[in-house]
Design a binder for this molecule. Structure first.
Ligand code: ATP
Ligand code: MG
Length: 670
């Protein structure tokens, strides 16, 4: 266990009032939080169940739990909450659902579900882009704690009026579905605490000390949630770095760091300056780049880890050559320097950039893992089965019912659905409950009503079993009764793809099993297990547990807080990094911070890559190197494959590299 420096020590031991640790990347902010949790339990006698630590991602929460686990005995850490803001909010809503007027088993709509609902509410008017922008609008309102009535009052333009009207419908529909969306997970607790001081008091009593990591990325509602939970006593430690604020587009307000001083005049501020992560060269690059942004707080970062290797900039012909180059470079380093796969991270601006590099890594048989991607949960088959699961614990979720009613085909057409929904409205029932009504026959012809009833009764049977002794068995039967495998085979271009997708279904069911075991430990049931799964908590955990040796791929956003010995940042081009939309919106500063985050993930080596040409929107376009490359200290950069190198030379170099790999591979096999 490393020894804390005096400033870190001070931050850990200061508990008499509110504390802000403001410091650059890799200076040990997260380490302060972890050590402080142990200090609070061991030295201050605060029981772990009275401590709440909030991090930004599930991955970060998991890592923090692990780190605390090394410092405390299991019994000492019992009841400790280390979670994301969303998970904390979910916990509060779950415990207070009655008062809030939600039935247990409420559904959580992810962004895709929310967008689909908005499109429905638009009733065919407008396109996907409109639904997108309305969703964005609603999300911003929620993050700023603006309720529908207020939004309507504030609306000036017709666009805003439309969005505000939809916001109102959207909220009412969510409530009718017994559902909440992601932003509600924070908004609802804040509103609850505002309107019910007695409930707030209960939670304040439970939470004696609060710690928040990555504080620069809290939005207004999160800021208020913390403020309410810590109350007058203001026993909290928050840590952050304004230069790493990269979520302004999602409502994050780095100004909260300044606001804090105004709201808490007694706030103590500790600055950390020693970086324990990166070589001086990497730090210098990071410092030089970020100096181009205006600063409220001046920070100095230095490191004792030596000057380090030059920063490589690999320039390639096109995006395919770039991916090929990065893949073979990693392979070469792995073989030549015996570097473990998991010591490499490949970072990029947007998720779509991962496709090519994935292909190349596969081609070269380099094991890799994409973390933080939402891909698993956005797969059709996973969404289908999740919709069934949601319906099982929340029969009011009409949205889920509409998704599954014809998966697999049950010959229930739009006209039937319209009648069913009219009937349900009349009775004030959800669609699923309406299917179970006896006199539905009076509304529809015999064959159709029988189909609906059969579906309803079958699902209701499974539902009841889910609350019995063997919920997992019931869920397995669900998948088998559906004959989902067959349905996939009919709908996939090959049996191989169908089998793969069926594998995902079983993977989901397995994840649910783990989630259920975990929920049962905390006296929860299948409802808790499913909502946990919706927040991806469990699945991430499962994936990570098989922590095998793999190259890590992720977006720059997802890399926040993490560190790797060798980092590659791909697509260092204008319009990619900085992103085109940010250039247009004149928000290049945030892109610079994003690049700063990327650079400071690296411990020993840093490599940038870029392409001279790239296919975009079906067209091949010429790309310019990113302005951020110009802003780095040029003497620390080592350019490779420059465009001005004669083609023969480049080819020769390519051949050399290939021969190199071949001979190394051969030696490796021997
Ligand atoms: P970021 O801004 O990227 O989130 P951070 O400020 O949270 O970074 P940490 O992740 O806590 O920094 O620490 C960076 C690295 O430095 C970690 O590997 C950590 O173990 C190490 N470290 C932190 N403090 C010390 C110390 N006093 N002595 C040695 N190593 C340390
Ligand atoms: Mg950190």
């Amino acid at each position: 266990m490393s020894r804390l420096n005096p400033r870190q020590q001070e931050a850990v031991q200061y508990i008499s009032g509110p504390l802000l640790v403001l410091a650059g990347a890799g200076s040990g902010k997260t380490s302060v939080i972890t050590r402080k949790i142990a200090y609070l339990v061991r030295d201050c006698g605060i029981q772990a169940r009275h401590i709440v630590a909030v991090t930004f991602t599930n991955k970060a929460a998991r890592e923090m739990k692990e780190r605390v686990g090394l410092l405390l005995r299991g019994s000492e850490a019992r009841g400790l909450t280390v979670s994301t803001f969303h998970n904390l909010g979910l916990n509060i809503i779950r415990k207070e659902h009655q008062r809030l007027g939600y039935k247990p088993g409420f559904s959580i709509f992810d962004q895709q579900d929310a967008k689909a609902l908005i499109s429905d509410l638009l009733q065919g008017e407008g396109d996907a882009e409109l639904a997108d922008s309305i969703q964005h609008c609603i999300s911003n309102w929620k993050n700023d704690l603006i309720l529908p009535e207020q939004a309507q009052l504030n609306a000036r333009t017709p666009d805003q009026q439309l969005a505000a009207t939809l916001y109102e419908h959207y909220q009412r529909t969510l409530k009718a579905y017994n559902a909440v969306d992601f932003d509600d997970l924070i908004l609802i607790p804040v509103m609850l605490f505002r309107n019910h001081p007695d409930v707030l008091e209960k939670w304040q009593f439970r939470i004696r000390y609060m710690l928040v990591d990555e504080y620069q990325d809290t939005n207004t509602s999160q800021y208020l949630l913390v403020q309410m939970l810590v109350g007058q006593q203001a026993r909290f430690t928050v840590v952050g770095d304004d230069d790493q604020s990269i979520y302004a587009w999602r409502g994050a307000r780095p100004e909260n760091l300044v606001q804090l001083k105004q709201d808490y005049p007694s706030l103590k501020v500790v600055m950390l300056e020693q970086n324990y992560r990166s070589t001086s060269r990497i730090l210098r690059a990071a410092n030089t780049l970020i100096a181009n942004n205006p600063h409220v707080f001046e920070k100095q970062l230095w490191s004792e880890l030596g000057y380090g290797d030059p920063i490589r900039v690999i320039r390639c012909r096109n995006e395919e050559a770039e991916a090929e180059r990065v893949a073979t470079d990693i392979q070469l380093q792995h073989l030549r320097h015996k570097r473990a796969w998991k010591d490499f991270a490949i970072l990029y601006r947007g998720n779509h950039q991962s496709r090519l590099i994935e292909m190349k890594l596969q081609h070269h048989q380099v094991p890799y893992h994409i973390s933080g991607g939402t891909s698993f949960f956005s797969r059709q088959e996973v969404k289908d089965i999740m919709a069934y699961l949601r319906l099982l614990v929340n029969p009011d979720d009409d949205n889920a019912l509409l998704r599954v009613i014809n998966v697999p085909r049950r010959e229930i057409g739009p006209a039937t659905l319209e009648k069913l929904s009219g009937f349900a409205d009349q009775r004030q029932l959800s669609l699923f409950r309406a299917c179970l009504e006896n006199d539905i026959e009076q509304q529809l012809d015999a064959r159709t009503s029988e189909r609906l009833q059969r579906f309803g009764q079958w699902l209701e049977g499974i539902r009841q079993r889910c609350y019995g002794d063997e919920p997992m068995l019931a869920l397995r039967d669900l998948v088998i009764d559906l004959d989902y495998e067959n349905w996939l085979r009919q709908n996939c271009s090959s049996d191989e793809i169908a089998a793969k997708r069926m594998g995902n279904v079983w993977f989901l069911i397995d994840a649910l099993k783990t989630s259920l075991e975990k929920a049962e430990e905390e006296d929860g049931n299948i409802e808790d297990a499913i909502s946990r799964l919706v927040l991806r908590d469990m699945l991430d955990r499962q994936e990570e547990e098989e922590d095998v040796d793999r190259v890590q791929l992720m977006t720059l956003h997802a890399s926040k807080g993490l560190e790797y010995p060798h980092v590659f940042i791909m697509g260092m081009e204008e319009e990619i990094l900085p992103h085109r939309s940010s250039i247009e919106a004149d928000s290049v500063e945030e892109e610079r911070r994003l690049t700063y985050v990327g650079i400071t993930r690296a411990r020993q080596t840093l490599t940038f890559s870029l392409a001279a040409r790239r296919r975009q929107f079906g067209e091949v376009i010429d790309c310019l190197p990113s302005r951020f490359l110009d802003e780095l200290p040029q003497e620390d950069l080592e350019w490779e494959g420059r465009d001005d190198a004669p083609p023969e030379q480049k080819q020769a170099r390519g051949r050399e590299a290939l021969a190199d790999i071949r001979s190394l591979l051969k030696r490796h096999d021997d």
